[in-house]
Structures are given as structure tokens and as C-alpha cells.
Design a protein around this ligand. Structure first.
Ligand code: GDP
Ligand code: MG
Length: 303
């Protein structure tokens, strides 16, 4: 242990589990805190399927955020069980919990996420997200008082993940709760996930955004080929669906939908990785993959 670990005011570091009902903006918030799009975002619930770490290195220390799928009741399929395990496992080995809610709201599902945190011995912080949507800011004050009352939060911080409001304040309050110590990860690291994982997720993000209601939940993405040629990244990706009818929708008439998905995913990859990407996309059918443990492991949903 280095000498300065015991000096007051020296660097702090630790892990923060980010909890909250689906769609409150957990992944958007982590991306904003980390400064990279390490976790995909869409207007649909259950966009996040995995436990993903986002690393934020600051002059005063390091915060490692654990992004999670929202907990959901009644998950019978193997995929739902995987997501619930990822959500529950998020509290293991962390030093604090960050509950995210939407400004002006406290629904039953918010209360459920709060209870998960309140049942743990962890210090907890509340982030009130999406304050950019609140026209009359003075209406926030009674709301803050109401949701804070008797819930034992160490801090309550209004933020807008989308507009980057309140993030410094939030990180400062979280750092106060972290133990003194050396950073857990290298200062240039932003996530524990590989580039191969991130590019697959960026294709899945487009499935979540561009497809109709049922499809995103029956589809997943596998990177079959990942090759770096100098500054160019060459990828072959397969979109797996569960039925022929779904394939027809993903591909679209004359392959139009598939091209739009590939184009948007490629642009997001180039932006994230800062290099040229050549992406070839296929759609294939594997019946019932989302309820098949062996298939799930093959597609990266393994613990
Ligand atoms: P998660 O399910 O909690 O991870 O939520 P996501 O990060 O996927 O976000 C859900 C939706 O809320 C997306 O459409 C985001 O663009 C949107 N969103 C997230 N943060 C904000 C915010 O600060 N303001 C607004 N207006 N929208 C946001
Ligand atoms: Mg998410």
C-alpha cells in the first residue's frame, strides 16, 4: 500500500451499482459520466441485457459504474433469467448504490428498485434524471423533498444525462462515499468489455431502435468475424432471430431495413472507435434461441 493512501484528501476509488426501473436513463447517464457510448440506449425498456462496467477517471479518484438490465418480474425465459441475474449481481462487490429515477415520478417500479438498494447495507445516492424535460424548475423542490423524505439517501442530485447537467456534482457526491485507494483500472480504460462486444451491441442498438415491438426481444447479434487491417476494422455480423417471418421484417423489402440498420450501426462504431469500419450483416433464423441455455452462452449471455 502506498503512503498517501492514508492521507486525508488523497485519491478515492470504488464501484457504484446503477439501479432503476427500465427507461429512466441509466445507460445514458453512465455514458455521459464515462464520456463514451459504452452502453447502448433506446426508447425501449430492456435495451441493456448485460452487466457492463463504465470507468470514470477523475483527478480526485476513480468511479467504476455497473450498468444493469432493470429487474423484471415474471421472467420465465432463459434470457430473462440471465438479465435478472445480471441485475441482482450488480450489488456484489460495490461500495455504493445509485438509484436513478425520472424527474417528477416515483412509480411502483421505482419503489421496487429502491427497496433492492434499501435492503442492502450500501450507502445510496439518488439521481433525479431528465430534468431537461421539466419546464417549471421550481416544481422540482417539493418533489425532491417528497422523494427524499425518510429514504436515507446520502445525496440527492438532479441531473440531465442527455444535456450533461449536474454530472460533476453527482460524481463529487459519489466520490465522497468511496474508500481511499488506488484506481481499480488504468486511467485510459473506459469499460471492461471488448471492442468485439461493443460493436455487436451497436448493431443490437439499431435493432432496438428500428424494429417493431416484438422483434427486438427475439433478436441478438453475433460477430462472426472481427479483423483489424491497419486503420480499418472488418466485421461480419449475424442478426439472429427466432422465426422466418421475423427475418423477413429485419431484412425488409429489397434488403432496405437491413441496409439502414447496418449503415447506422457502422456510423456509431466509427464514432466510438475512431476508425473506419467495414460491416457486413446477415440475418439468420434459430428457433427459440432466447430460451436455450447453450445458445445463450454462445451468443455471449453467460455468467
Ligand atoms: P435505461 O433503460 O435506464 O438504461 O435507459 P436508457 O439510457 O436506455 O434511456 C431510455 C430513454 O431515455 C432513451 O430514449 C434516452 O435517450 C432517454 N433519456 C435518457 N436520459 C435522458 C435525459 O436526461 N433527458 C431526456 N430528455 N431523455 C433522456
Ligand atoms: Mg440501460
Amino acid at each position: 500500500m502506498s503512503d498517501n493512501a492514508t492521507v486525508p484528501g488523497s485519491a478515492r476509488s470504488g464501484m457504484v451499482a446503477v439501479l432503476g426501473r427500465p427507461n429512466v436513463g441509466k445507460s445514458t447517464l453512465i455514458n455521459a459520466l464515462v464520456g463514451f457510448r459504452i452502453s447502448i440506449v433506446s426508447p425501449r425498456p430492456q435495451t441493456t441485457r448485460h452487466r457492463i462496467l463504465g470507468i470514470s477517471s477523475l483527478p480526485q479518484g476513480q468511479l467504476v459504474y455497473v450498468d444493469t438490465p432493470g429487474l423484471h418480474a415474471g421472467g420465465k425465459r432463459a434470457m430473462n433469467r440471465y438479465m435478472n441475474r445480471a441485475a441482482i449481481g450488480a450489488l456484489e462487490g460495490v461500495q455504493a448504490g445509485l438509484l436513478v429515477v425520472e424527474a417528477g415520478q416515483w412509480r411502483e417500479e421505482d419503489e421496487r428498485a429502491f427497496k433492492v438498494l434499501a435492503d442492502s447495507p450500501l450507502p445510496r445516492v439518488l439521481a433525479i434524471n431528465k430534468v431537461d424535460l421539466v419546464k417549471d424548475k421550481s416544481s422540482l423542490l417539493p418533489y425532491l423533498a417528497r422523494v427524499g423524505e425518510g429514504r436515507g439517501f446520502s445525496a440527492i442530485v438532479p441531473v440531465s444525462a442527455r444535456k450533461g447537467v449536474g454530472l460533476d456534482d453527482l460524481q463529487r457526491r459519489l466520490l465522497e462515499l468511496m474508500p481511499e485507494g488506488e484506481p481499480l483500472y488504468g486511467e485510459d480504460e473506459v469499460t471492461d468489455r471488448s471492442e468485439r462486444f461493443l460493436v455487436a451491441e451497436l448493431v443490437r442498438e439499431q435493432l432496438m431502435r428500428q424494429l417493431g415491438d416484438e422483434l427486438p426481444y427475439s433478436s441478438t447479434v453475433e460477430i462472426e468475424h472481427f479483423e483489424e487491417e491497419g486503420r480499418l476494422l472488418r466485421l461480419h455480423a449475424v442478426v439472429w432471430v427466432e422465426r422466418e417471418g421475423q427475418k423477413a421484417i429485419v431484412v425488409g423489402s429489397g434488403g432496405e431495413r437491413m441496409r439502414a440498420i447496418g449503415q447506422a450501426a457502422r456510423l456509431a462504431m466509427e464514432k466510438l472507435l475512431g476508425r473506419k469500419v467495414f460491416l457486413q450483416l446477415w440475418c439468420k433464423v434459430r428457433e427459440n434461441w432466447s430460451d436455450d441455455e447453450a445458445q445463450l452462452r454462445r451468443f455471449g449471455y453467460g455468467d
